[in-house]
Design a protein around this ligand. Structure first.
Ligand SMILES: [Zn+2]
Length: 309
């Protein structure tokens, strides 16, 4: 994990401390950013989703109170990043992989438990916000961020402002179906980008071909050691990767794309992946920089702090 203490780049000026909380599947992380851009507090606690909603709320409360103690209760904003999003129709959380939180009025529950207003945002949006203001994309205007981990989340930041759209759908490129006969996605559709361009997607392709389970990192290693089956699987992965990113760039033509999540650590993404995009883009060249994040694991929680209220 990259340990960042001093944030660089374009900071939104505010006299208040910023507290950010990132809800993961197995851990909750908090940071405090002071008015001088310093990260002054950082802590993680484990969660067990099978213990239910109240357990998660209690863990959030514990970590929030620690952060609050570190600033001696001074004025602060509070932002929460989570997989999924708050439905505009119902106000309830949807599409989170911490499934016990789906269908919960998370904002109301948290505000009553923490006695502070909260703004809740999708974790890929938080990631993109952090990288667009303080990370790899801080010198660019139209920034698309992609988290390629277990799933594939996307976020859009324009001129340092998060763009969520009137339906809060902006950036949900991971659930664009590219194959009606493709694998069933958790969203109920078939052949979503996420079923190919993600760690779990790569593992599924490998398992279909070999009946064996390997994690994404091991599959890349096998391909590098000239394992024919793994090479075949990686070729399929990069073919889909090129098509999916070319579709994205054809629509948005972003100034830069920043990658996060486990797959962003694979070096060949930035060579073989870029070649594949170049093949499928509707242009005679590809000048869009495709870069690795700079804030590492901290991007999500820093982004959550930046969007707090
Ligand atoms: Zn889907």
């Amino acid at each position: 994990m990259i340990q960042i203490t001093q944030l660089q780049g374009n900071f939104i000026k505010s006299p208040a401390h910023k507290i950010g909380i990132d809800l993961g599947g197995t851990k909750i992380e908090v940071v405090v950013i002071d008015p001088d851009h310093q990260i002054t507090f950082r802590e993680r606690v484990q969660t067990q989703a099978d213990l239910g909603v109240q357990h998660i709320l209690n863990q959030i409360t514990i970590i929030y109170e620690q952060a609050l103690a570190s600033i001696k209760g001074k004025t602060h904003t509070l932002g929460i990043g989570t997989p999924g999003s708050i439905s505009l129709k119902t106000g309830l959380l949807k599409n989170s992989n911490t499934v016990c939180l789906n269908g919960q009025a998370l904002k109301i529950l948290l505000e009553s438990q923490l006695h502070h207003q909260v703004h809740i945002e999708n974790d890929a949006n938080c990631f993109t916000m952090a990288e667009a203001t303080h990370g790899a994309a801080q010198n660019h205007n139209l920034v698309f961020g992609v988290i390629m981990g277990t799933g594939c989340g996307g976020g859009l930041v324009i001129n340092k402002n998060m763009w969520v759209g009137p339906q809060r759908l902006a950036g949900e490129w991971g659930h664009m179906s590219i194959d009606p006969n493709g694998p069933l996605c958790f969203c109920g559709k078939r052949g979503c980008v996420e079923t190919y361009i993600s760690g779990s997607g790569l593992e599924r392709i490998y398992q279909e071909k070999s009946s064996l389970h390997e994690n994404a990192e091991a599959i890349f290693k096998l391909a590098k050691s000239k394992n024919a089956l793994a090479i075949d699987v990686i070729n399929i992965f990069y073919d889909r990767f090129g098509r999916c990113f070319a579709n994205l760039i054809n629509i948005l033509d972003p100034d830069i794309i920043v990658l996060g999540g486990g797959l962003s650590n694979e070096d060949s993404i930035y060579s073989v992946g870029v070649e594949s995009i170049t093949k499928y883009i509707f242009n005679d060249q590809l000048s869009t920089p495709l870069v690795k994040n700079q804030l590492g694991d901290s991007a999500g929680v820093i982004g959550a702090a930046l969007i707090g209220i």
